[in-house]
Design a protein around this ligand. Structure first.
Ligand code: NAD
Length: 244
């Protein structure tokens, strides 16, 4: 019933939620490969000890992503858990969104997940099943003005996860998405003046913003054997902000 010894990939793990999650999984004894375009991912992985390994990859690059994912899965001799966490956030009024910015948002926030899933699912199917957790956002369900392309990309993540759950369910692979609220990471730091922090805090009945550990704990649960009958869901970890 333990995650110890099992293999995991976490994307976007050089910092923020991904790094916190990778640390948590290593603490549970998992073998974890951290993927990120930021070369700092290698030093961050080393700091987590011998169960962690870092690899640099730009998830917008299709060939590079496929090659790194396949090499990683082979090296780890299969995979129990894939966490598609990497993502980018940008606030732009709808009338000013350049088509290239739209495409870039979709490439990293959604298409990269498809590539990783295509690389990972065959080995899970050949093994004992597995877990896929995709990082969506409260923006998929609520969103605010100025985040049309971000919110649309995250709504696509929710839909992608639901369909993947149906396609892979017969192979005992669960696929879920997580919808965090406002998490205190470097993402969106430039949209975080005291007024905005107060506004976001007020959306949670708990009266606080999320920590990366709040999100990592939910992902760990979805990765566990105990969550084996939960699939196709989008789990809000938004401090109640999605319940108004
Ligand atoms: N922070 C929040 O408030 C919040 C809220 C809801 C959802 N999320 C989602 O959670 C996930 C993690 O967010 P975070 O706050 O930790 O963000 P972050 O910006 O701190 O970290 C994101 C990581 O993804 C990596 N990354 C970005 N583009 C990449 C690419 N092309 N190839 C490889 N790596 C790439 C970055 O280098 C970075 O290390 C994202 O998908 C984000 O949309 C965050």
């Amino acid at each position: 019933m333990s995650l110890a010894g099992r293999a995991a990939i976490v994307t976007g793990a050089a910092r923020g939620i991904g790094l916190t999650l990778a640390r948590r999984l290593v603490d549970r004894g998992m073998r974890v490969t951290l993927l990120d375009r930021d070369p700092a991912v290698q030093a961050r992985a080393e700091s987590l000890g011998s169960l962690a390994r870092g690899r640099v990859v730009d998830l917008r690059d299709i060939d590079e992503t496929r090659a790194v994912a396949e090499a990683t899965i082979e090296e780890m001799d299969g995979l129990w858990l894939l966490v598609n966490n990497a993502g980018v956030f940008e606030k732009t009024p709808l009338l000013e969104i350049d088509p290239s910015a739209w495409d870039s948002m979709m490439e990293i926030n959604v298409r990269s997940m498809v590539l990783l899933i295509q690389a990972a699912a065959p080995s899970m199917i050949a093994g004992d099943g597995g877990r896929i957790v995709n990082q969506a956002s409260m923006a998929a369900k609520l969103g605010t003005p100025g985040e049309a392309h971000y919110a649309a990309s995250k709504a696509a993540v929710v839909a992608l996860s639901r369909i993947a759950a149906h396609e892979f369910g017969p192979h005992q692979i669960t696929v879920n998405s997580v919808c965090p609220g406002y998490v205190l990471t470097e993402m969106g730091a430039d949209t975080r003046d005291p007024r905005q922090i107060a506004e976001w805090t007020a959306t949670s009945p708990l009266g606080r913003l999320a920590t990366p550990d709040d999100i990592a704990a939910a992902v760990e649960f979805l990765a566990s054997d105990e969550a084996g009958y939960i699939t196709g869901e989008s789990l809000n970890v938004s401090g109640g902000a999605c319940t108004w």
